[in-house]
Design a protein around this ligand. Sequence first.
Ligand code: ZN
Ligand code: ZN
Ligand code: ZN
Length: 160
Amino acid sequence: MPFFDLYMKTRLENILKVNQLSVTENRKIILELFLSSAGALSHNDIEKKVGQKFDRVTIYRTLHTFLEKGIVHNIPTPDNSIHYALCRDNCSAGYHRDNHIHFVCNVCSNTICLEEVGIPDIRLPKGFTSERIEMLVSGVCKNCKLKAPMWKHRDSWLRL
Ligand SMILES: [Zn+2]
Ligand SMILES: [Zn+2]
Ligand SMILES: [Zn+2]
């Protein structure tokens, strides 16, 4: 087995074991998608990749289990498609600590966790308790900015 596959297999099985989940084919394959993806995944993205192997219900149930166990968190996006991303903030079963901003790129439509950008404190009026704050920033991601042709950067175009 090549080193990367072995590493991935160990990592996958570890995450499942720590969360007291049995290692099943669907959990392994869907978790592998998250581990090898740079951004968040929507239900549709997952279905496109593993749709031949598992039906919608299996995918839905697997995501639901991961969500409950604190393995992934969900991100509501402006087009109403919920995206899921791997938790890296020591989340545990029933308790998510994903206190970071999410970024949606208008060019590639990737949804990205910006773990290093925390959500600022929001002071609520007396008597209110916050349980969850969502913060979504949209714009152009780093990769798309690098790939954009010269004319898209108005400043450099003006200088030509
Ligand atoms: Zn989480
Ligand atoms: Zn982009
Ligand atoms: Zn996130």
